[in-house]
Design a protein around this ligand. Structure first.
Ligand code: AMP
Ligand code: MG
Length: 421
């Protein structure tokens, strides 16, 4: 259920809905459309792509009973099973991997190598280290021998007809290997989605240029492009746009033609210098949300024709954190991924939380990995402009609304190394 409480911020005529993080995320996720654009690619190009159809195996793996060891395949006679004292066997065959042996007579052994098919008649395999080669060419084994030792049965790994990789899975090296192991050489994956970006703010200057009074370097541009590249998006970057209504409209018009999503940072608060909001409202539709979170708060979400729009806040930490918490799951769902929500694990806060706050907070922390349970230390400056906190930290600790606690409290931790991919 969405909280319809309206809060008039006092500086704009249109009141903005005040949403919890969960409500905002639910609204976003529900409107994310999978971009159903599929291509068939080679295995070598499949890493990190998202599978568009289930992959099934039409073979058994292994395709035949085979030896798990270099050693001897034996046709144990009934009276040789589990007997004590030495047992000797005549060697009548040699089966390297890639070849097949002939039927093994009762009481005989075949030299066999790892992966080679178990010959007909053999009912166990003994590793070579346990066999003594006698001068008469026979082998002797000094321990009781059981049936079916060291035999990998047909279909042990995969049965014909099994779904080995489900649609929506983001392909990792082991997935690509598994496809190869059943003879699949091409995979149907979702195409990259196209994300258009631009940045507003006449105070922004490109790194490499010289700052004049009152100017700052544009860091969001580089954060956003890198975040999108990490997520496997195709980025259309228009760079800095003049902080005017017309320039903003032109940028949006250009991107909406061939992008699935437009993301901007800045210009979505309610100052009169913020033109992104009126421009999106003029060309399409826009919801401006005040989200009960810190860092962050303003988040714009809308649509221009078939192109979705997300407007992130301008402060660099807020821009990155709202990207990770909202834009990332939205994009992953558009990409067809079945796991699109961020996942956390439990750590212990190594700090007190004295003041209960109305907004949920995401604190930049570094983990003490040697401690058990793992402890999280917070960066001393948590301002939404302190970008160094993102570099120092290795993730975010979630502090629920209206909470106080003493050091030692168990909290949710969202690792950057998982959230950035
Ligand atoms: P805004 O939402 O446009 O009012 O911006 C909020 C704050 O974020 C201001 O201090 C801006 O200077 C800063 N900011 C906006 N865009 C960027 C950017 N691309 N890179 C770095 N800081 C930015
Ligand atoms: Mg601005």
């Amino acid at each position: 259920m969405i909280n319809n409480q309206q809060v008039d911020c006092g500086c704009d005529t249109i009141p903005q809905p005040l949403l919890s993080i969960d409500e905002a995320l639910e609204l976003l996720i529900n409107s994310a459309q999978i971009i159903d654009d599929i291509q068939l690619i080679e295995l070598d190009d499949a890493l990190n792509k998202i599978l568009a159809v289930d992959v099934c195996s039409d073979i058994f793996v292994p395709g035949f009973d085979n030896s798990a060891m270099d050693g001897y395949a034996i046709n144990l006679k009934q009276d040789q099973i589990n007997t004590t004292g030495g047992t000797t066997f005549e060697i009548t065959d040699r089966i390297p991997a890639g070849s097949t042996g002939s039927t093994l007579a009762a009481g005989c052994a075949a030299r066999i190598f790892t992966g080679a098919p178990i010959p007909k008649g053999a009912n166990t395999v003994i590793m070579q280290e346990e066999c003594e080669l006698l001068e008469n060419g026979k082998i002797e084994i000094y321990r009781p021998i059981a049936l079916n030792e060291n035999i990998r049965p047909k279909g042990n790994d995969i049965q014909s007809g099994d779904v080995i990789l489900p649609k929506g899975r983001q392909l990792q090296p082991q997935d690509i290997a598994l496809a190869a192991s059943v003879g699949v050489n091409k995979l149907a994956v979702f195409n990259k989605i196209r994300v258009g970006v631009f940045f507003t703010g006449d105070e922004l200057v490109e790194p490499g240029e010289t700052l004049k009074a009152g100017q700052i370097f544009n860091s969001n541009r580089y954060a956003l492009v890198a975040l999108l590249n990490n997520l496997g998006c195709e980025v259309v970057n228009l760079g800095n746009i003049k902080d005017t209504f017309d320039a903003t409209c032109q940028a949006l018009e250009k991107l909406k033609l061939d992008c699935d999503l437009i993301i901007t940072t800045g210009g979505v608060s309610v100052g009169e210098e913020d033109h992104v909001k009126p421009a999106v409202e003029t060309l399409g539709q826009l919801d401006l949300w005040r989200i009960k979170m810190k860092p962050g708060k303003p988040l714009a979400f809308g649509k221009i024709e078939n192109c979705a729009f997300i407007g992130l806040p301008g402060n660099p930490v807020s821009a990155m954190v709202t990207f990770l918490l909202f834009a990332r799951p939205f994009i992953k769902k558009m990409q067809g991924a079945s796991h699109y929500l961020n996942t956390s694990f439990k750590v212990v806060a190594n700090f007190d939380w004295y003041r209960a706050k109305p907004r949920r907070e995401f604190v930049r922390v570094r983990l003490e990995r040697a401690s058990s349970p793992m402890q999280a230390n917070q960066y001393p400056k948590q301002g939404s402009d302190v970008l160094s906190s993102m570099v120092w930290a290795d993730g975010l600790v979630e502090i629920p609304e209206k909470t106080t606690f003493k050091s030692g409290e168990t909290v949710n931790f969202y690792p950057f190394n998982e959230m950035m991919l």
